[in-house]
Design a binder for this molecule. Structure first.
Ligand code: AN7
Length: 366
């Protein structure tokens, strides 16, 4: 490499970094926005809460190119779709999948249709799909209805479905588990995740298993998923017809990867639990104010779940029984700016004061 050649190594994305573990070949055109390689932050405050020399890390997936973990799967799904000469992508979404699909379609130079539950998408996510130039269709129904329609449309081969029912999405998303093992030098003991359509927990488990199988780790984590109390089909073991939660990203009543996630939770001796909207919003606020990490409500489910597992004996998983020195990962999945309305009630009166130091000092003292 000559001295003047740019070194783009860190921006090459998850396919370049984990090619051997992904379903790509030399002839696959790589469509990437430099996803992955997200921060794994040690949290002294959360570690102290568990005690017994345990260490807690936050994997901040909100730092991906479109602000959520979906980009890891989308780079693989869109690269494979382009390899197959697909001209258009289609997805149903609670918001983040559509933002990611729209961006990667733009990067690939193909079109993208997103089918969304009308009025149920966080503002920032909808604006992303608009900005990236996707064709947006709002349906009179919820996410589960949108996915049903997309599955039917996707059957005639004009479209590539890029929801997590597409195995290329799961393959890409497992790279988050690879990164964690690569950074820690071994697998963690517990992996906490928000649980919606259940693709991500399925993907992490696949990643941990694959690395373990190739002897890059000596153990496997317990997988612990957290659903919103009003949208908890896996927890209750039944379809929820009208899921409701402030965490719109995980407002899902009939998860596509239900069986796979259930199997991962069982095999890993993990658990599924629920967190209330109030717990979710408290955790979101706590994380922003105490760690400087602003996440959307759905992402805060893993942190809310962490607190529940620390505090309560009635939770599905109690940290009291974990061995001293355990390493715990809380993955936060999406950026807080995507859903500004969720924090709108915290916005104080911003009536302007005079533009002089005295007035500003007075305002601060209030
Ligand atoms: C921030 O975008 O389902 O359990 O359509 O956006 O893999 O579904 C989003 C899900 C967690 C749940 N956190 O992950 C969609 C969509 C955030 C999310 C989840 C989602 P899965």
């Amino acid at each position: 490499m000559s001295i003047n050649e740019p070194n783009l190594e860190q921006s090459r994305g998850v396919i370049a970094r984990y090619r051997a573990f992904l379903p790509v070949s030399e002839s696959t055109p790589i469509i990437s926005l430099g996803e992955g390689n997200t921060p794994l932050l040690s949290s002294a405050r959360l570690s102290k809460k568990v005690g017994r020399d345990c260490e807690v890390f936050i994997k901040n997936e909100g730092v991906n190119p479109t602000g959520s973990f979906k980009d890891r799967g989308m780079t693989v799904a869109v690269s494979k779709a382009v390899e197959r000469n697909t001209r258009a992508l289609i997805c149903a979404s609670t918001g983040n999948t559509s933002a990611s699909a729209a961006a990667y379609a733009a990067r690939a130079g193909i079109s993208c249709v997103v089918v969304l539950p009308a009025g149920k998408i966080a503002r920032g996510k909808l604006l992303q799909a608009v900005a990236y130039g996707a064709k947006i269709v709002a349906i009179d129904g919820n996410f589960d209805d949108a996915l049903r329609v997309v599955r039917e449309i996707g059957e005639d081969n004009d479209f590539a479905i890029v929801n997590s029912i597409n195995p290329d999405r799961i393959a890409g998303q497992k790279t988050a588990a690879f990164e964690i093992v690569d950074l820690l030098g071994d697998a963690p003991d517990l992996q906490l995740l928000p649980l919606g359509n259940a693709g991500n927990l399925t993907a992490y488990w696949a990643g941990y298993r694959e690395y373990h199988g190739s002897r890059r780790s000596t153990k496997l984590p317990a997988m612990i998923g957290f659903q919103a109390a009003g949208a908890a089909p896996i927890f209750h073991n039944r379809v929820v017809e009208k899921p409701e939660t402030i965490a719109s990203a995980i407002r899902i009543g009939n998860p596509a990867s239900w069986k796979q996630a259930r199997a991962a939770i069982d095999e890993s001796h993990g658990a599924v639990d629920v967190v209330t909207d109030e717990e979710i919003l408290d955790a979101q606020r706590w994380l922003a104010r105490n760690e400087g990490i602003f996440v959307e409500p759905a992402s805060a489910a893993s942190i809310a779940g962490f607190f529940k597992s620390c505090d309560s004996k009635d939770g599905a998983y109690s940290f009291e029984k974990i061995p001293p020195g355990s390493r715990i990962i809380c993955t936060v999945t999406g950026h807080g700016l995507k859903d500004p309305d969720a924090v709108a009630k915290d916005v104080v009166d911003l009536a302007p004061v005079a533009a002089n130091p005295e007035a500003v000092r007075r305002a601060i003292a209030l």
